[in-house]
Design a protein around this ligand. Structure first.
Ligand code: URA
Length: 285
């Protein structure tokens, strides 16, 4: 520890002292499951640089190139984890039972780093169900989907097309995500994480039984609609979401994710057109 630090910790072997030090240094979230030894990585990089310089003088002995640090290993979902998710989801006969099943499920490693399980918000009796990608930091802290900056934009969008009477009043919509736990550092969800959460999402749709599903962003659209085109090709189109336990296929579409609209405000015009089409379609369902 820095001798000149203003802060002294009584017992250097107390793990809470390390935690306090992290907090004081501004470390406030975990961004990976496994620690990365940056010192070893920089040593390795230095060694490779030196080797490359040596090689420049001896071109006949090529060095195999390797990444500076091993890429983070994806935690793969096993068949058992997916089967356990399917079994737990199928057992649920109400939305509350499903919420409890998701909270109790231990097959998604994201749960270890998340503060909360983020299940849903709004009215489960609503005609329209929005499905986003995954909770971010604010959602993780509060346990509610779409409450951060992106959620604020979503609320404004829903208010402007009449789906929210007051901004933030979610009584006419139901909102959830494909993942129920925040991926560390808001990275993209992996296929394995989606695979273990999807059985719960499918059951969620069956139990809510909405008239319409709107997927927010490409990741949600791919997972729920099962189409592999990008969001620019999926938005504005209509699909039938079918499942054996739904009484009839549910109309489904995709909309640009609010995060994308915050980054690319010029696309808001297209999102607005899509929203108007959604409202018009909803009236006839
Ligand atoms: N982005 C999402 O996809 N979902 C949330 O709940 C928040 C941000």
């Amino acid at each position: 520890m820095n001798q000149h630090s203003d802060h002294s910790f009584d017992d250097p072997f107390d793990p809470s002292a390390l935690l306090k030090w992290y907090v004081e240094m501004g470390v406030d979230e975990c961004i990976g499951d496994d620690p990365i030894d940056r010192y070893a990585a920089s040593q390795e990089m230095l060694a490779r640089k030196q080797a490359a310089q040596t090689q420049a003088h001896a071109p006949s002995s090529p060095m195999p190139s390797r990444p500076a640090s091993a890429p983070q290993q994806e935690v793969k979902a096993t068949d058992e984890m997916v089967h356990a998710a399917v079994a737990a989801a199928r057992k649920a006969t109400t939305i509350e039972e499903l919420r409890q099943a998701v909270v109790a499920y231990e097959g998604c490693h994201l749960k270890k780093t998340a503060m909360n399980t983020v299940f849903a918000d709004g009215n489960p009796q609503a005609d329209i169900m929005f499905i986003g990608e995954a909770p971010g930091a604010d959602e993780d802290r509060q346990g509610v989907p779409f409450v951060g900056e992106q959620g604020k934009l979503l609320d404004k969008m829903l208010h402007s097309c009449g789906l929210e009477d007051e901004i933030g009043d979610r009584s006419k919509v139901y909102i959830s995500n494909v993942l129920f736990w925040r991926p560390p550092g808001n990275r993209n969800p992996t296929q394995s994480e989606i695979a273990v959460c999807l059985p719960f999402v499918e059951r969620h749709i069956e139990l809510v039984d909405p008239k319409m599903i709107v997927c927010l962003g490409g990741a949600a659209a791919k997972a729920v609609l099962g189409h592999h085109e990008g969001i620019s090709r999926l938005r504005g189109r209509w699909f039938d979401h079918a499942s054996p336990r739904l009484s009839r296929p549910v109309k489904a579409t995709a909309l640009f994710h609010p995060a994308y609209l915050l980054r690319s405000p010029a696309q808001k015009r297209r999102a607005w057109t899509d929203l108007l089409n959604i409202i018009e379609k909803l009236e006839f369902l």
